[in-house]
Design a protein around this ligand. Structure first.
Ligand SMILES: [Mg+2]
Length: 216
């Protein structure tokens, strides 16, 4: 099989949950949000956030700041706050050193995902960062996996691996695109259903070790 590894970004290579929770806490205090409004905001931003998320929230809760100002503040906070552990960056480099093509495929806005991948140092340790808004396709669509593979000189038809925490986006999507999969469980249990990941690891460091030592 071709040595191609495609990684998800949020909550796989970088922790999105921690910085997101911190931003919502500070924001909720600043605007004296009720517990219900705070929960509502967290639910709206759980998987991804965009300018439209803030437009809807500001309209419903009659907040003074504009949605644009909040989106900018949130984007800057996330770019400043996300980080990738040195051991993971090193693992990505070791994969490339061992001959793997390494891509990131992430759903989200071009500007914020690029800022996160750059600030965390990930761009310097992979062949390509493929962002849904930029390529016009979102996981689980096969097209985004095709584009990620092609952008690092690989051919999706020759197979490879998808590594991520998303059940539908990364694992079901990766499998449908013909890839083997490693699910980053973070301690969760795989939901029962038709598709099973090929491997389950607690974190991405273990997944990289698995690729380097077992299947590479
Ligand atoms: Mg994810």
């Amino acid at each position: 099989m071709q040595q191609l590894a495609i990684f998800d970004l949020d909550n796989t290579l970088v922790d999105r949950q921690g910085p997101l929770t911190a931003w919502i806490s500070a924001f909720s205090e600043r605007h004296a949000l009720t517990d219900l409004a705070r929960t509502h905001l967290f639910d709206a931003m759980r998987d991804r956030a965009s300018l439209e998320t803030f437009e809807a929230f500001c309209a419903e809760h009659k907040l003074a700041p504009t949605a644009e100002a909040l989106w900018l503040d949130y984007s800057r906070h996330m770019a400043r706050s996300v980080s990738c552990p040195a051991g993971v960056l090193d693992g990505l480099s070791r994969l490339r050193g061992a001959g793997w093509k390494v891509a990131v495929a992430t759903n989200g806005g071009t500007e914020i995902q690029t800022a996160k991948a750059t600030a965390s140092g990930i761009v310097d340790h992979v062949d390509v960062v493929c962002i849904s808004e930029a390529v016009g396709a979102r996981k689980p669509e096969t097209v985004i996996f095709e584009k990620a593979a092609a952008a690092c000189g690989a051919d999706l038809a020759l197979g490879g691996w998808m590594v991520g925490d998303g059940v539908d986006t990364d694992i079901r999507g990766g499998r449908a695109a013909g890839l083997h999969t490693i699910w980053i469980s973070g301690g969760r249990t795989w939901p029962s259903g038709d598709v099973q990941p090929d491997h389950v690891t607690t974190d991405v460091r273990q997944a990289i070790d698995l690729l380097l030592t077992t299947v590479g």
